[in-house]
Design a protein around this ligand. Structure first.
Ligand code: SF4
Length: 370
């Protein structure tokens, strides 16, 4: 099912600081610089993220004069839903207008145990992974921290309207609709490091969206220096898009492997500071005849030895920009068995939203899908 909104995004290019992506300390700094007391920063922070305000007018317990002044010097920018596509499995693909002449996509995946939102960090991507439609788009631009955070708010507001007859009445917290956030949409999050770091901080701050750090996962294709920086500066789970267990195959699939080969990547991951009980998630897209043999599986077990790991096996989702094929169910089962027989925690991930081009590697458009 597809629905299109005829409402244009009214946001225009602005030089006013967008408060949506500001950390608490950043917001306090901004209000002090504008001649207001520091505590107003925390009030704004709570109103925007905890109470879901999208305008200063709504902040009725703040003095009127302050609200008028704030609206003059600050902005609260919002994404606007341009299109939604509902899959037969309940997955919803969102296409949102940034108001800057481009679009960002997010995917909502409800299940019995969790309701996950996959967010984007860039418009397009420069990493050029051979199996990925977003990579074929090339990079448009980095998203701001506010644009990353706002994907969660925008989807939660839309879900509230779908589930509660137009969304009237008190606003439940966003976490009622979205329990987990994964940074696995369009773009390489660690190539947009500062915005990703700041967005995670806002998502997990108790006065903002209040997600548990265990429920926020950032995925990377393997940027070694940024992985080490992530370990120092960000508290969230780490996922690595691996997709091959030898350099020759991985370099063919993921050009980044030529810069940071497997030995460097795995060495960085062995040093990565994990909280007690946490593991690194490895994403492995299975491609028929490329990386899906029992030999590949054995190699994978070997290279992950010594790293607390969880492996997600993803059956390739076909799209027009790549020639790969999905492996047979027998090949997937045999690959999975090699991993679990060696006590590696491994799951064949359910293919979500494939009928609406919302599955892994299918985000973005290289041409209009009509
Ligand atoms: S898989 Fe991720 S890093 Fe690779 S091209 Fe696609 S979006 Fe970029």
């Amino acid at each position: 099912m597809r629905s299109r909104s005829a409402i244009p995004n009214p946001k225009s290019q602005t030089v006013r600081p967008d408060l949506r992506g500001c950390s608490l300390s950043g917001l306090e700094t901004l209000v002090v610089a504008a001649g207001e007391p520091r505590y107003r920063g925390r009030q704004l922070f709570k109103w925007i993220h905890n109470r879901g305000a999208s305008s200063f007018e709504e902040m009725t317990d703040l003095p009127k004069a302050f609200r008028v002044r704030a609206a003059e010097v600050f902005g609260i920018e919002s994404l606007v839903v341009a299109e939604t596509r509902l899959s037969s499995d309940g997955t919803i693909k969102y296409r949102m207008d940034t108001g800057r002449g481009d679009f960002v996509e997010s995917v909502y995946m409800p299940s019995a145990r969790r309701d996950t939102l996959c967010v984007s960090t860039q418009v397009g991507c420069a990493m050029g992974c051979a199996f990925c439609l977003t990579g074929a788009m090339r990079l448009g631009r980095d998203l701001s921290a506010g644009e990353i955070v706002d994907q969660v708010r925008t989807v939660a507001v839309d879900l509230r309207a779908r589930l509660h007859h137009g969304g009237e009445g008190p606003r439940p917290p966003h976490r009622r609709y979205v329990s987990n956030v994964v940074f696995m949409g369009m773009g390489e999050p660690l190539k947009n490091f500062e915005a990703t770091r700041d967005a995670v901080a806002v998502l997990t701050h108790p006065d903002a969206l209040g997600f548990s750090t265990r429920h926020v996962t950032v995925s990377t294709c393997g940027l070694v220096p940024e992985i080490l920086r992530f370990g120092r500066e960000v508290t969230a789970k780490l996922a690595v898009s691996l997709n091959a267990a030898d350099d020759e195959t991985r370099s063919r699939l993921m050009p980044i492997n030529k810069k940071y080969p497997l030995a460097d990547l795995l060495s960085a991951l062995k040093r990565f500071p994990l909280k007690p009980g946490w593991r690194i998630t490895f994403e492995y897209v299975l491609l028929a005849g490329v990386n899906d043999s029992v030999t590949d599986a054995r190699r994978l077990v070997k290279i992950l030895s010594g790293i607390p790991s969880k492996v997600n096996l993803i059956v390739f989702n076909a799209h027009p920009a790549a020639d790969f094929k999905a492996p047979t169910p027998e090949a997937v089962a045999a690959f999975h068995k090699v991993l679990t027989d060696k006590n590696l925690s491994a799951f064949v991930r359910e293919n979500r939203g494939g009928d609406v081009a919302a599955a892994c590697g299918q985000l973005g458009r290289v041409r209009d899908e009509g």
